[in-house]
Design a protein around this ligand. Structure first.
Ligand code: SAM
Length: 260
């Protein structure tokens, strides 16, 4: 324990008990929940989560941290450690393998890959009950941003079309060892039920959202010219002269449903 944190793994260990308690109480694990923690590190969140849920699956990339986790686990509960890159873990298969309908995922995420982790979780959203993540505050602001906001973009649209996004509270750098250079925030994500999910081809939707925000100062007709012409955009009740940042997530879904 108390190993030197590794920058390359995005290691900033939480040590402020007040924030640890707030996160665990936001998650409120119940005894039979199947909780999966991403990046347990030295166990700041692992031990209280394990105590509450009785068992926990933790995914950690850094092999040096595994012995410390294993040594302490026996005293607390049933800890199953998967030594892997979380981006390679198939959450849907994990749920099936353990015969559980849906996982509860939590973690103080490594910030260097937080967006890929979010997109990876969204891909497996049908196998997830909820997610509680510590992220860079700026990322949480982008996730929850509304149309018209400066930080509204691809992440806002794609996440809001898949989940309810609930920012919970901010966490200052001093709560971590070593302190990160940025402010942090905790967010809750609740995957939407199937009937509320976009009824458009996911790849087409992603391509349109990506192209629209790749050139956010351009009008939609310009930014999307490889994908849709102005008449088509108009037929989806969207103004071709508008900019991507003014469109609601549902507008992008209508654009993605237009015949190619
Ligand atoms: N949960 C601990 C805490 O709150 O003190 C550690 C959080 S630290 C910000 C991020 C953790 O994610 C580290 O333990 C790091 O080794 C781990 N990690 C980094 N990249 C990872 C990856 N690709 N897959 C799984 N874990 C990863």
């Amino acid at each position: 324990m108390n190993a030197r944190p590794k920058k390359s793994f995005g290691q900033h260990f939480l040590h402020d008990k007040r924030y640890i308690e707030r996160i665990v109480s936001a998650i409120s694990p119940r005894p039979n929940d199947f909780v999966v923690e991403i990046g347990p590190g030295e166990g700041a969140l692992t031990w209280p989560l394990l105590t509450a849920a009785g068992k926990l699956t933790a995914i950690e990339l850094d092999t040096d941290l595994i012995p410390g986790l294993t040594a302490h686990a026996a005293e607390v509960g049933e800890l199953n450690i998967i030594q892997a890159d979380v981006l390679k873990v198939d959450f849907t298969a994990l749920a099936h393998r353990h015969g559980v309908a849906r996982l509860r995922i939590a973690g103080n995420l490594p910030y260097y890959i937080s967006s890929p982790i979010l997109f990876h979780c969204v891909e497996h959203a049908a196998a997830i009950e909820d997610m509680h993540f510590m992220l860079q505050k700026e990322v949480v602001d982008r996730m929850a941003a509304e149309p018209g906001s400066k930080v509204y973009g691809r992440l806002s649209v794609m996440l809001q079309l898949a989940c309810r996004v609930e920012p919970l509270f901010y966490v200052p750098p001093g709560a971590f060892r070593p302190p990160p250079k940025v402010d942090s925030a905790v967010v809750r994500l609740i995957p939407l039920p199937p009937e509320q999910l976009p009824d458009a081809d996911p790849e087409r939707l992603y391509a349109i959202v990506k192209a629209a925000f790749a050139q956010r100062r351009k009008t939609l007709s310009n930014a999307l010219k490889q994908l849709l012409d102005s008449d088509a955009i108009r037929s989806a009740d969207v103004d071709p002269k508008a900019r991507a940042e003014t469109l609601a997530p549902a507008d992008f879904v209508r654009l993605a449903k237009l015949p190619v």
